[in-house]
Ligand binder design. Structure first.
Ligand SMILES: [Zn+2]
Length: 471
């Protein structure tokens, strides 16, 4: 939050003679400035990503059902090239990435005969809390007007060469650092045929027993010249679900009375990304869209949401539908097709920096705590409590910070350092009037996303209250 507001809030508490003893006995909060995030943002290379998209376009088509044997054309060649890029990045960091290729043979409306959907995934294992995982994803497959046409040229420069370039570049930049949690870089197939690659990786995460803190999905993130004439290279849209898709009836009822319809963990991940990116990237806005995705359209983050995992999706600021899912052609003087000339690589670099900063900050921070509850009905005060982090998650923990905001505010506006206490009373703050949250903070000051109280806000809800669907 704005330091002035925070100072003012503390001063007001002190002036009111409130129960500040808890805060006073606690160690001072760690620093909030992390120049390393600015260095990460600056290390992102637009030229590197331009070369990546040029290479991807060169495979002719990357349709999921295209040739898998050729070394020069089709999705097989494209996947093998992506794998070789991960291998090269890993070689440069002393083998810091392990590469896996989870796959499933699927059939469906857009896959009439069984076909293998294979993802190419690089894993940068965390040093202290490796089971906690932050995932970045983008689909590599492409299409033309007829979604079943697996042979026509489908350059897919923006949809979704831009996203693949972002994931590879983020891996290159972040491979120079070590993180407490694991970061997973996923290049997915089968998106255009029915979001299959997301399902493959979400199931893989589930089977590995990963504690998925979030999936940051990127799909069409390199253009900023809209079909409606809007040109805007200063903003990115970030979509997130407000309530968990995998919410149980019991939790839905609780949420109806205690709130949280705007505070599922995916939404609070989105708020965290906005806070970080707008601080570290100049002339840049992350516009939160309170919606799972664009109207009638979807992407691979939904497969993670279906399993109860927090997941969000980045989309470019202004889309031109003449350059998505189109046969390459000129009609009545209008040029159609998803070609590289419609990708702005300096813009894509800012979207990539946004992802890299967010993934790094989350992987350096501890996870949000479990068991977060609030109490204070029919009382002038609100009391918040949560379980202390334990085990590997507690490594490097400095303490917790509580947040609150007016229920109709979009972003957190008030906060207070709780130190290592697991309970904090906010005297004079009436529970009915505010939304509350808590975040864990590392000794270096890296902060987890804010978590809303109750199973509706929990990143890892207890299985009995909100069991995720079976993959
Ligand atoms: Zn796409």
């Amino acid at each position: 939050m704005n330091p002035t507001i925070r100072t003012l809030t503390l001063a007001l508490f002190a002036a009111a003679g409130c129960a500040c003893a808890v805060a006073a006995e606690q160690p001072a909060p760690p620093p909030e400035e992390h120049p390393v995030l600015g260095q990460i943002a600056a290390a992102v290379s637009a030229a590197q990503m331009q070369a990546t998209v040029q290479t991807l376009v060169g495979f002719g088509t990357r349709h999921t059902l295209s040739d898998t044997q050729s070394d020069t054309r089709g999705i097989g060649a494209a996947r093998r090239w992506a794998k070789s890029r991960f291998a090269a990045i890993s070689q440069d960091c002393g083998g810091c990435l392990s590469i896996v290729t989870p796959a499933q043979t699927v059939t469906g409306k857009r896959i009439p005969t069984p076909a293998e959907v294979m993802d190419v995934v690089a894993i940068q294992k965390g040093t202290t809390d490796p089971d906690r995982v932050i995932i970045l994803t983008a689909h590599i497959d492409s299409r033309v007007t007829d979604v079943m046409n697996a042979t026509a040229d489908a350059p897919g420069a923006d949809d979704n060469g831009s996203g693949v370039a972002l994931v590879l570049e983020t891996a290159r930049v972040l491979s120079h650092y070590k993180f407490g949690a694991t970061i997973v870089y996923g290049i997915l197939s089968g998106e255009e045929q029915g979001l299959y690659g997301g399902k493959v990786l979400a199931k893989y995460a589930h089977d590995q027993g990963w504690r998925v803190e979030t999936d940051l999905n990127n799909d069409i993130v390199g253009g900023n010249r809209g079909q409606n004439g809007v040109v805007d290279n200063t903003r990115i849209r970030l979509f997130s679900e407000g309530t968990r898709e995998a919410e149980s009836a019991k939790v839905a009822r609780l949420r109806r009375y205690e709130g949280g319809e705007l505070d599922g963990p995916s939404r609070n991940v989105a708020r965290d990304i906005k806070r970080l990116a707008e601080h570290w990237i100049p002339n840049w806005r992350v516009d939160l869209v309170y919606r799972v995705d664009r109207f009638g359209r979807g992407s691979d983050h939904e497969a993670f949401n279906e399993l109860g995992y927090p997941a969000v999706c980045f989309r470019e600021s202004a889309e031109d539908y003449r350059h998505q899912h189109q046969d390459l052609r000129t009609e009545d003087g209008v040029v159609y097709g998803d070609t590289i000339d419609h990708v702005d690589f300096d813009y894509l670099a800012k979207v990539t920096a946004t992802n890299a900063i967010a993934a790094a900050a989350m992987a350096w921070a501890p996870p949000p705590p479990d068991g977060f509850k609030i109490a204070g009905g029919v009382s002038p005060d609100t009391t918040l409590n949560w379980q202390a982090l334990s085990g590997p998650a507690a490594g490097g923990l400095a303490g917790y910070r509580v947040y609150w905001r007016d229920t109709a505010e979009a972003a957190w506006t008030h906060s207070r350092w709780a130190g290592t206490a697991t309970e904090l009373k906010l005297p004079g703050v009436v529970i009915d009037d505010w939304a509350f949250g808590v975040a864990s903070v590392s000794k270096e000051g890296f902060e987890s996303p804010v978590e809303y109280p109750g199973p509706q806000g929990a990143f890892w809800p207890p299985a009995e209250t909100d069991a995720p669907a079976k993959p």
